[in-house]
Write a protein that binds this ligand. Sequence first.
Ligand code: GTP
Ligand code: MG
Length: 210
Amino acid sequence: MSPGGGRTPILIKKAVLETVAYRSTDLPLNGLPEIAFLGRSNVGKSSLINQLLGRKKLAYTSSTPGKTRALYFYRVNDAFYFVDLPGYGYARASKEEQRVWAVLIENYLEKRNPLCGAVHIVDCRHRPTADDLLMARWLRFHRLATITVASKSDKLSRGALARQLPEIKASLELSATEELLPFSARTGAGKEHLWSAILVLLKQHKRGGE
Ligand code: GTP
Ligand code: MG
């Protein structure tokens, strides 16, 4: 599962929260490539970012869903951004709040030039929700390069996880060649594999931009 003998294929020299964007005019203008992290509220997006960057408390995490309400731009090694997006499917948000988020996120995902790919996160313990499927279809339709991750893998036994992954893949309509990467923000399991996939997206983008 983890090629590279357990070593993360990147050294994180610097990781800082640079911009919190509430509207499209707040987005960075320097053109550094971006990787967006998206998924249901409380699925573990911010925890995953912290685990990838090896910083315990950089991205704000909480057991109360719906905490991330803006686009958080984490600048990594002054080379690219990780963008923590507000979670979808937060039932207690008002209709108006949900509408404002949808417009901000859809505009960002659809039109943002420096965006080179998305990490779509679903909970490994559950069948993907209708919102998860909608998101997966939307990403495919818009041809945004996507890595799909099954989070909180530490909460399942090996056997249960092995049974659950193909079910999730099928529910999200992933093809045989599209991977679903198990990941645990708690233990770091799956970290090297996810980093490798992210670095491929960043490299592809560079080539595309030349
Ligand atoms: P919003 O910003 O509200 O959309 O949530 P989020 O997707 O950023 O989730 P967050 O990282 O804040 O995590 C939500 C809760 O799940 C927290 O209580 C985390 O500690 C817990 N959690 C996240 N990842 C894992 C994991 O891999 N394993 C376990 N056991 N718990 C996790
Ligand atoms: Mg969050």
